[in-house]
Design a protein around this ligand. Structure first.
Ligand SMILES: [Zn+2]
Length: 233
């Protein structure tokens, strides 16, 4: 399968579905990791352009750990809107990735870039299949099943599916730690210790499904998206 994960910022996928992506990669699936925003606002006292470059390098390093293909960004932080331009760019990410399954943010996550990423992916994953909707790339062939990733700290998230990531927790951590620029930022701005945050949620989701560590997902249950095949690893 071809797996497309779309996060808002360069470290979101690692935190919210990194174990699942590592597991997919281990099983021989093709993983594509896209982020829509450059991450240029995730810091203090640093030039945003310089930060965007740092974060691009961090995202590429994390993707490399599981031989995933990195894609994006299409906008700066808090500069993502559900506009026609942004939808076209998201359509082309999907048309380029040709996914069998898409993972993205939950529509009720904690900040605008996450919410808008979710909206753009929902809109674009349908639009990308329309042959008469012309962009740089030809239409994607299937209306792709979508799984929403957990929210930050699991707030207001009712999972429908779980992935056992016990054997991939270390890889998930290594991927997350590629984002060195964010570790202090998370602690300073969000008042959370990054390793603790990652482990606590994985353990809590594990408790809910009877394994040591897990990641949680909620499937998009609308017509055309439900297939009988199993899409999570
Ligand atoms: Zn984010």
């Amino acid at each position: 399968m071809r797996i497309l994960a779309v996060g808002a910022h360069p470290d979101d996928l690692e935190l919210l579905c990194g174990g699942t992506l590592a597991k997919y990669a281990d099983q021989g699936h093709e993983v594509i990791m896209a982020h829509l925003c450059s991450g240029n606002m995730g810091g203090l006292n640093i030039d945003p352009q310089e930060l965007a470059q740092t974060r691009d390098a961090e995202a590429k390093a994390a993707a490399k750990l599981i031989n995933a293909q990195p894609l994006g960004p299409i906008a700066g932080d808090v500069d993502l809107y559900p506009t026609e331009q942004m939808r076209i760019k998201t359509v082309d990410i999907i048309r380029q990735a040709k996914p069998d399954v898409i993972l993205t943010h939950s529509p009720n996550d904690y900040m605008p870039d996450h919410v808008i990423t979710s909206q753009l992916v929902f809109d674009a994953s349908f639009t990308s299949t329309l042959p008469l909707y012309k962009t740089k790339l030809p239409a994607h062939e299937n209306i792709t099943p979508v799984f929403y990733m957990d929210t930050l700290a699991g707030m207001g998230f009712e999972p429908t599916d779980f992935v056992d990531i016990t054997d991939h927790l270390e890889t998930k951590k290594q991927m997350f730690f590629c984002h060195q620029s964010q570790l202090q930022w998370i602690e300073g701005h969000h008042k959370a210790e990054p390793t603790d945050m990652l482990e606590t949620v994985a353990k809590f989701r594990g408790l809910q499904c009877g394994v040591p560590y897990a990641e949680a997902f909620r499937r998009l249950n609308v017509w055309g998206r439900i297939k009988i095949d199993k899409f999570l690893p």
